[in-house]
Ligand binder design. Structure first.
Ligand code: PEP
Ligand code: MG
Length: 761
């Protein structure tokens, strides 16, 4: 069948006259080999209008010869999706990217539909959620490799339902931002007051400034297929170049740089999405202009995403529309990115602010943001939170009728926009803005100070990071350095290992951000739940019990040598330390030390590099005293220590609630580790997820831990919690905790400890 052929025809009039109601289901069955690619939803469709597009996926299997069946039978694999939020933008981009070097046609089947696995947009459109079962089918010479590549991405990013402290920085930002009014609806409740949803908390007062999306006229008529294709390519490369510059981190102020970088990376994926580009090319081939074709392709994908039940995916529509604008502006020869001039303390109002519009604003002059539509986890919302600008979304269209210059109060604590509320309210709101600025500064300043218990015992609070952007976020939150740099970020999602020069450059960038603060570089922790595509790791019955962490590094010594050389090249003010993951016996440490000494000799370097050991296995905890004799410091990885102590897979969804690092058995191993460290006067840290739980902090301190390395966003709370208790309080708590029968009892005990200092902050 060709595009435009009649699929169904019937005499509607005749039917309507004979039937009491007319309903015409059009059913495309899952096993028909066809799929609905696009459809017209939620609107009346006139006779002759476009209804839907159905595409044939593959030739139906010919009955008969088994050889024929084999030829078209794809390689297939079934998996359960472990991505915390299902296949949303980032996982979809990772899955699509993993297939780039492979020659295979790969489809992902879920929820009764299928999608081209190379297309971020198509993958997102499936609406796959955490725990969904999916099937991957691949055909072509690299079919098996494609299955392996996708399986590796799924395995590497599995996450159990997050407990506080295990979520990433960006997710915490979004969740924090959503807190106060997540359940509130959208529309105005009284004249002069509009209710919305908090996207970035805070209070702001100032004059309204309506920011409208640029109206871009697009002609439909084509100037010729080659000309229009060339124009589209030119415009896309212009936008690509700009996004690449932004992805490298140069386009915004400090506060938002990390978020802007991530957003640019997401836009880059969409810009080259094969389905989106193919759909635009089809329109061009059908006689449309490049602009018309691009708009049609983007709008069709946006309509599919908008029809999904998953709010996170619906919010990615913003990104698509932003990209539509950027390409259309480039086609029209208008640059985007020029800063928009705004009056001081402006409250910017818009239907839906695009991330690129927000980046183009002068952040220092914007006091608040109010959007008629949008969601709390949209990229514009995340960016506003990263820029520290209070923002409300879903205020309803009434907000667009507020005249420019009207004084408004944006209360993004209670989810309310007050329009021209009267002088006394304006005065009191301005006073509160000034007071909370002082308060915020105090909290930030407190977090910037050294952390001590109420009676003055020094506890270091550092950050777990995996990128330059996270290092910046860590310092903003008062981190006293980096207690764990997960170097996997350099090794994953690529087809060959990073060179020494590349690693050195990345470590140096992070060291520069941290200045003189400690930088703890963990050697590659591959294997187990972090498979690496280019390492021929054997197929293992139990990967978590197989070649992982230091075992992988010792099995590929050249990989470790390169990494050690790169770490040794990090000179300058940073206090660089090395950390070895998954140690289970003393000999492993000695082997690495010997290799390190050889490399130092080769490089003519005599300076000592501090070598720490992660305590992640019960064996290491029980041998802590022996290990401490040969290590410079110990760092407890409670994520793995808990999984191996409780014999519960850290990625197992049904066991997630019971996989609690506050289990008394884990606490006893932590106590044993601290004792072992003490015997040799060694520093002992905790860098697993437990270190990011303010509830657990006093307990860890009481058990003898000197350092916590945590998720950046939680550092101010951790510091306040530690400052609220004396060392003897912490010790008594620890003694009691060790005697509890289970993790629930330990949690109850820790929760009962007064939180005086936290309440004050
Ligand atoms: C841990 O196991 O606690 C740890 C910090 O390492 P990772 O989570 O990277 O395995
Ligand atoms: Mg670990």
């Amino acid at each position: 069948m060709r595009a435009g052929d009649v699929l169904l025809s019937f005499d509607l009039d005749l039917l309507a006259q004979r039937a009491r109601s007319v309903l015409t289901p059009v059913i495309v069955t899952a096993d028909s080999g066809c799929e609905i690619r696009k459809r017209n939803l939620d609107c009346a469709v006139a006779v002759g209008e476009w209804l839907m597009e159905i595409v044939a996926q593959q030739a139906p299997a010919a009955a008969g010869s088994p050889a024929d069946v084999t030829a078209i039978t794809p390689a297939a694999r079934r998996l359960t999706v472990g991505f915390e939020h299902g296949i949303h933008a980032r996982p979809a981009a990772l899955l699509a990217a993993s297939l780039r070097p492979l020659a295979a046609d790969v489809r992902l089947l879920a929820r009764g539909r299928q999608a081209n696995a190379r297309s971020t947009v198509a993958l997102m459109s499936l609406g796959v959620r955490h725990g969904d079962e999916i099937e991957i089918r691949a055909t072509g010479p690299d079919a098996e490799n494609a299955l392996d590549a996708l399986t590796a991405v799924f395995a590497a990013h599995e996450s159990p339902p997050a407990r506080a402290g295990t979520a990433s920085y960006r997710e915490l930002t979004a969740q924090d931002a959503r807190q106060p009014a997540a359940s509130s609806g959208a529309s105005a409740v009284a004249s002069g007051t509009l209710r919305g949803v908090v996207a970035s908390p805070g209070l702001a007062v100032g004059p309204a400034l309506q920011l409208r999306r640029p109206e871009i006229g697009v002609r439909e008529r084509s100037l010729g297929v080659p000309e229009e294709n060339a124009a589209l390519d030119r415009a896309r490369s212009e936008v690509r170049a700009r996004l690449e510059r932004r992805a490298l981190g140069g386009a915004t102020g400090d506060g938002a740089r990390g978020a802007a970088t991530e957003i640019a990376a997401a836009h880059l994926e969409l810009l080259d999405d094969p389905e989106l580009v193919a759909s635009a090319r089809t329109e061009i081939a059908a006689g449309r202009s490049a602009g018309f074709a691009w708009r049609a392709a983007v709008r069709a994908s946006a309509a599919t995403l908008e029809s999904l039940a998953d709010a996170r995916l619906r919010e990615r529509v913003d990104d698509l529309l932003d990209l539509e604008t950027q390409v259309l502006l480039a086609l029209a020869g208008n640059p985007v990115g020029a800063a928009t001039t705004v009056p001081e303390h402006a409250i910017v109002l818009a239907r839906e602010l695009l991330p690129s519009q927000l980046i183009a604003l002068d952040g220092a002059r914007v006091a608040g943001i109010g959007m008629a539509a949008g969601g709390a986890t949209s990229h514009a919302a995340i960016l506003a939170a990263a820029m520290g600008i209070p923002a409300l979304v879903a205020l309803g269209n009434e907000v667009l009728a507020v005249p420019d210059g009207t004084e408004v109060v944006l209360d993004a604590a209670n989810g309310v926009l007050e329009i021209a509320p009267g002088e006394s309210r304006l005065v009191s709101a301005r006073a509160r803005v000034a007071a909370s600025a002082v308060q915020r500064a105090a909290l930030a300043a407190a977090a910037q100070r050294e952390c001590r218990t109420a009676d003055g015992t020094r506890i270091e609070v550092l950050a777990n990071i995996g990128s330059v952007a996270e290092a910046q976020a860590a310092l903003r939150n008062g981190a006293e350095g980096c207690g764990l740099l997960r170097t996997e970020f350099l090794f994953l999602d690529r087809q060959s290992p990073p060179s020494e020069a590349e690693q050195t450059a990345e470590y140096l960038k992070i060291a520069e951000v941290l200045g003189a603060r400690p930088l703890t570089i963990r050697t590659l922790d591959a294997g187990g739940d972090k498979p690496i595509a280019y390492l021929p790791l054997p197929k293992e019955e139990n990967p978590a019990l197989g070649l992982r962490g230091v075992r992988t590094s010792l099995a590929w010594p050249q990989l470790l040598r390169t990494q050690l050389r790169a770490v040794l090249a990090v000179r300058g003010p940073a206090q660089c330390r090395l950390l070895l993951p998954m140690i289970s016996e003393v000999e492993e440490i000695e082997t690495v030390r010997t290799m390190l000494a050889e490399i130092q000799r080769e490089l003519g370097r005599a300076d000592a590099l501090s070598v720490g050991v992660m305590i992640e296995t019960p064996a290491a905890a029980l041998l802590a005293e022996r290990i401490a004799a040969v290590a410079d410091f110990l760092s407890i990885g409670t994520n793995d220590l808990t999984q191996y102590t409780l014999a519960m897979d850290r990625g197992h969804p049904q066991l997630a609630a019971r996989l609690d690092a506050l289990h008394p058995a884990v606490l006893r191993l932590i106590a044993r580790t601290a004792e072992g460290a003490r015997a040799h006067g060694r520093h002992v840290a905790v860098c697993g997820g437990l270190a990011s739980e303010p509830l657990a902090a006093p307990l860890l301190v009481g058990l003898g831990v000197h350092e916590l390395s945590a998720v950046p966003a939680l550092i101010p709370q951790l510091k306040a919690r530690i400052a609220s208790l004396s060392l003897s309080d912490c010790r008594s708590l620890a003694v009691e905790a060790l005697a509890q029968p289970n993790a629930t009892a330990v949690r109850a005990l820790a929760a009962a400890v007064p939180r005086a200092a936290e309440a004050r902050s």
